[in-house]
Design a protein around this ligand. Structure first.
Ligand SMILES: Nc1ncnc2c1ncn2[C@@H]1O[C@H](COP(=O)(O)OP(=O)(O)OP(=O)(O)O)[C@@H](O)[C@H]1O
Ligand SMILES: [Mg+2]
Length: 286
């Protein structure tokens, strides 16, 4: 189960929502050029949850910035519904590792702030914000300032803010990166609840192989810098996905393949394996 190429998915939906073609990005600073992304091509189906995992510096955030139009490629193109992205797109929600909440606004006003820019009627926006807060267990915290929230609560609020206007596309760059393991688990459940039935297309960047597999329809594995796709896995585990799915052999097969791909490329190094007996040797009377 689980491993096949994207062709099977594309056969079902020949018109991709997003097409990334030969995308490269180099940054020039004084006399140095950094090649962040190297001729990357892939597509997203509408409503697909797509994760990108890969080592630090392989161009994951750069990819997100290019898809959002916040930065422009050196070569190649991003097209959304056939339209080339040439400037920042507006029909999108973005969540970064830092929640970027406005400290002087109550939680609910932070959430409705985004929609207000988009000229959505205030009462509709507020109703939706109340619904979202309820879905993530933050109803009681609607009228407090962000400094009264825990890290996990703040990040939940920032996800609510990103989706309150129901954008067709949600871009998340290590949104749970600053949270402890238990809170991350809760966030993974919450994100599924929040997106249920909305048909949102999601790009999710993470360093966690397990989180990527738990949440995604498909995982793109990036190699060492400059970033390019070195593997791609379809995750066809049934939804909704509970945390216990991580204990199944099907789940382990997919995470195992990603891990070994990263090991093959030297991104993950198991030093115990290269020094047989180093950890478990009983030599020397231990
Ligand atoms: N604005 C910029 N100017 C110059 N170099 C940049 C800029 N943004 C990113 N880079 C460089 O491009 C490369 C890719 O960076 P990027 O932030 O996309 O990596 P990443 O995969 O998101 O890493 P991480 O997992 O650590 O967040 C890095 O070498 C980085 O230093
Ligand atoms: Mg990054």
């Amino acid at each position: 189960m689980g491993q096949s190429t994207s062709e099977a998915l594309e056969a079902k939906a020949p018109e991709p929502f997003i097409r990334v073609t030969d995308l490269s990005k180099s940054y020039r600073a004084k006399s140095t050029i950094t090649h962040a992304l190297d001729k990357t091509s892939f597509t997203f189906r509408r409503g697909e949850f797509l994760s990108v995992v890969g080592p630090s510096g392989c161009g994951k955030s750069t990819l997100l910035m290019l898809i959002s139009g916040l930065t422009q490629p050196t070569t190649g193109a991003v097209e959304i519904e056939g339209e080339r992205v040439k400037s920042p797109i507006s029909d999108v929600g973005i969540v970064f590792q830092e929640d970027l909440l406005a400290e002087w606004k109550h939680t609910i006003d932070n959430i409705t702030m985004q929609g207000a820019f988009r000229k959505i009627p205030k009462d509709r926006l507020r109703r939706r914000a109340v619904e979202l807060l309820d879905m993530v267990g933050l109803s009681e915290f609607a009228d407090v300032y962000p400094h009264e929230l825990s890290g996990g609560m703040r990040q939940r609020a920032s996800i609510c803010r990103a989706i309150v206007h129901e954008p067709p596309l949600l871009l998340m760059d290590e949104p749970f990166g600053a949270l402890d393991a238990m809170t991350r688990d809760q966030m993974a459940l919450d994100i599924q609840t929040l997106l249920e039935g909305l048909g949102t297309t999601v790009l999710f960047i993470t360093h966690s192989i397990s989180e990527a597999v738990l949440l995604s329809d498909r995982v793109l594995v990036f190699g060492p810098p400059p970033g390019r796709i070195v593997d791609e896995l379809v995750v066809d585990l049934p939804r909704p996905r509970h945390l216990s799915v991580r204990e199944t052999p099907e789940f382990a097969a997919i995470t195992g393949r990603i891990r070994s791909r990263l090991e093959d490329m030297g991104v993950i190094r198991d030093r115990a394996e290269t020094r047989p007996g180093a950890l478990y040797s009983t030599a020397g009377g231990q």
